[in-house]
Design a protein. Structure first.
Lengths: 398, 403
């Protein structure tokens, strides 16, 4: 299996999804070797890891790659760091592919499974070497990342080629499947929808620990509305601000927390100040572990205003902690959770209206919390693994 | 003898528009959605008139003329009738023509199709009176058999209804009430002096209302000949077959291309082929057949969902909250003595508002989802509560003026 990031060295949902899926697959007896482009100290004992830079003896060197860099920002970073790596992202992707074919000849395998475009070339190279069937797994497309404008042609080609050459394609939602069939011309009969999930056991943390005074603010009667995600166009942080402004016109006792980092962070901070709401918008930075779970737990509403969200794992995580969600209709998670409020990402009035309703009506919050929690707990990696294994079995039979 | 008793429920609520927080205090038109969505009440009345009411009424009139033994009954809610007056006069006229034949019985109910019996006896009586007045005004008749909202019923309700002058009531033939007994007889309500109860034969009714076009049903396609055989087979162990359903079954739930109109058109002749069969209205049935025994029903039943209880309207916390709050306003709204405020409040008592908030079957995506014009039950709650807040501020302002 070819991936690109893995917790704790992840910048977003791709790493979390790879971990959730591989854990569930190996518990069902699938023997996985997980290949990453560079060496990490990964503390996982249920599967083997291979690192595509081991032959370069770069163990422990921080790579410049993260799953969500754009071609442009990678060029800048590489220049500053004077890395031994190629100074553009596409060269890096090609380098990964070259090393992938070496690994494919060394590791015994029946199926090659590649996650997202950054590892598609590696997957294809491995397939050429071993002849095993290739499954490409699409967690996001270039159309999601760019909001549909300024699609990078080379990235698009890699995505298209990877999905065309794959024997089977896994899409994380019907939304993504539709993009693959309509924008990439992929034959819909080979695209299987496997929704992401959560691991229900990892959410029984009952106590609401104190973080950064948020508890006190709640005691003072503030409602907490949170945004968890990269601060980038795809996630709609600018809409979140507009919604915050509208909500504050009607209810001053609401605090908006943005957890995450990203290319639009400075712009968003400036924008909040310009709008005169920076005293009600808190930037928490990139949170993980207990800090993140505390934020989920303390929030009264979780908002995901994504312009285009192939799945949206954070929404499930929020529900797992019992916090009701307001999500964009343009999201994969809205296909699996009914107990939620949904809006179009551009409909600022509607989102503000719904947040105000949630802060106002306790019973509504409770019903959405209980029912949402129950529904989220049913979206498990276990189910995703079962579907994936069905796809594997079918491949091995034919 | 097997007498077929047709009863059709005809009701359309005034659906609440997407009433935003920004509207509170500024905009007091709650029911005038003008979008293309299913919240646009005018659009729905027009659409359902085209697809169902007009063609079905035309067909029923034809059947009444052709078969002197044929008869049917309706309950037309007050909110439905006033919307016809506003949006579709021809439809109203077609119902009037049916009643004019003298073989169409109209039943009594609460004007606003409400759950008022559960919350306020005085409001319950007022809404029944309002409905009676409307029926008299539009059709020149006075109903004598009662049908509570969505066939909601229990012993208390039966006794109450008898006290205010009704001879009979219709309700669901729920398994857990009937047990081994058959719905195909007239019963006497337990604890009443002589209130007759007619029970819906839900198997045969739902064969038409729900299963008619279902290709996965082993009896599909359902012909009128086959259906008439099922009806005839109760001869000897039953007297009256109560076929109770939404009128929208014809042309709206079951589209014309499923053959539902052909089915209905051929049904009277098929039923009447058997010499012991005929048709009755609820009043005919309770006059002709003696009760076979007492029917005791201490707990509330209804015709909704597999549970056949009140859970479609009051099972989760948002439904209970919304219901409690609307009836909490009752005293205050009457203190204002303002007809417009009272009317708006009453329109909010319509049971459909609470039905839309039901999350019980949400995951199964079945009938609740089909009937829900909102994105979700939570949206239904939000808009309802917003309207209630606005209404409350209007009431407060009126009362302040008096004080």
């Amino acid at each position: 299996m070819f991936g690109w990031e893995f917790p704790p060295y992840n910048s977003g949902g791709l790493g979390v999804a790879c971990m959730g899926l591989t854990q569930a697959l190996s518990s069902k007896g699938i023997d996985i070797t997980f290949v990453l482009p560079k060496r990490f100290d990964v503390n996982v004992n249920y599967m083997k890891f291979r690192f595509a830079d081991s032959s370069l003896k770069c163990i422990g060197v921080n790579s410049l790659l993260s799953a969500y860099v754009t071609s442009e920002s990678y060029g800048l970073k590489a220049l500053r760091a004077r890395s031994i790596y190629g100074n553009n992202l596409l060269a890096e992707v090609a380098r990964y592919a070259k090393l992938a074919s070496e690994i494919a000849s060394e590791v015994d395998h029946d199926i090659i499974h590649a996650h997202d475009w950054l590892s598609f070339l590696a997957g294809e190279a491995a397939q050429e070497t071993s002849g095993a069937p290739l499954v490409t797994h699409v967690h996001a497309t270039e159309f999601d990342r760019t909001g549909g404008t300024g699609v990078n042609q080379q990235v698009y080609e890699i995505e298209k080629e990877g999905c065309s050459r794959a024997t089977d394609v896994i899409a994380v939602s019907n939304l993504t499947k539709n993009i693959l069939t309509s924008n990439y011309g992929i034959d819909s009969s080979k695209v299987h929808v496997v929704h992401n999930g959560i691991n229900p056991d990892s959410f029984d943390v009952p106590n609401r620990a104190d973080i950064s005074g948020i508890v006190k603010l709640k005691e003072m009667g503030y409602s907490i509305v949170s945004f968890v995600g990269r601060i980038t166009l795809q996630k709609g942080p600018d809409y979140f601000l507009q919604v915050a402004k509208k909500v504050l016109e009607y209810n001053k006792k609401v605090l908006f927390v943005i957890a995450g980092s990203g290319d639009m962070q400075n712009q968003i901070i400036m924008e909040a100040a310009r709008m005169g709401i920076s005293n009600r918008v808190l930037f928490a930075g990139f949170l993980r572990g207990e800090e993140l779970s505390n934020l989920y737990k303390l929030s009264d509403v979780f908002v995901m205003p994504s312009v285009s969200e192939p799945f949206g794992l954070t929404a499930l995580e929020s529900l797992a902690y019992g916090t009701p969600i307001l999500i964009s209709k343009q999201s994969g998670v809205s296909e699996v959770v009914d107990a939620s409020l949904k809006s179009d990402f551009w409909d600022v009035m509607d989102m503000a209206d719904k947040i105000l309703a949630l802060t106002q009506y306790k019973n509504l919050r409770q019903v959405l919390s209980h029912e949402g929690h129950d529904q989220a707990m049913k979206c498990t990696w276990d189910k995703a693994a079962d579907k994936t294994i069905d796809i594997y079995n079918h491949l091995l039979k034919t | 003898m097997a007498s077929v008793c047709f009863y059709f429920q005809v009701h359309q609520p005034r659906r609440i528009k997407k009433y935003r927080i920004y509207d509170i205090g500024k905009n007091s038109s709650y029911f005038d959605d003008k979008s293309e969505s299913n919240l646009n009440n005018r659009k729905i009345i027009k659409k359902v008139s085209e697809k169902c009411y007009l063609p079905t009424n035309k067909l029923i009139l034809k059947l009444l003329k052709k078969y002197p033994k044929f008869c049917v009954s309706y309950s037309l809610s007050g909110v439905f009738l006033e919307q016809l007056e506003e949006y579709s006069k021809p439809t109203l006229k077609s119902f009037q023509k049916l009643v004019d034949t003298g073989r169409v019985e109209l039943l009594s109910e609460t004007y606003y199709h409400s759950l008022s019996f559960l919350y306020s006896r005085s409001e319950f009586v007022s809404q029944i009176e309002l409905h009676k007045k409307k029926i008299k005004e539009l059709f020149g008749v006075t109903p004598t058999v009662f049908r509570n909202t969505e066939l909601i019923y229990n012993d208390d309700l039966g006794r109450f209804i008898e006290k205010i002058g009704y001879k009979g009531i219709i309700t669901e033939g729920a398994d857990h009430v009937l047990d081994w007994r058959s719905p195909n007889f007239v019963y006497k309500a337990a604890g009443s002096k002589d209130l007759k109860v007619l029970l819906k034969n839900y198997k045969l009714s739902d064969d038409i209302a729900f299963r008619f076009s279902s290709r996965s049903w082993s009896e599909w396609p359902l012909t009128s000949e086959k259906f008439a055989q099922w009806v005839s087979s109760i001869n000897g162990n039953g007297q009256v077959v109560n076929l109770f359903m939404d009128y929208e079954t014809f042309g709206e739930h079951q589209w014309e291309d499923t053959g539902i109109f052909k089915f209905l058109e051929n049904l009277p002749s098929e039923i009447l082929k058997h010499p012991d069969n005929d048709f009755v209205t609820p009043t005919d049935a309770i006059k002709r057949y003696k009760p076979i025994g007492d029917l005791s029903c201490p707990n509330f039943i209804s015709w909704a969902d597999v549970e056949r209880d009140l859970s479609a309207w009051m099972s989760n916390d948002i439904q209970k909250d919304a219901l409690r709050r609307v009836y909490e306003l009752e005293k205050k709204v009457f203190l204002t003595n303002n007809a417009k405020l009272i009317e708006d409040w009453r329109r909010l008592t319509t049971s459909d508002h609470f039905y839309y908030m039901c999350t019980k079957w949400f995951n199964d995506g079945d009938v609740h989802k089909y009937f829900n014009p909102y994105d979700s039950p939570y949206d239904a709650f939000i808009y309802f509560m917003r309207v209630l807040t606005d209404l409350e501020t209007r009431i407060e302002r009126k009362l302040q003026i008096y004080a």
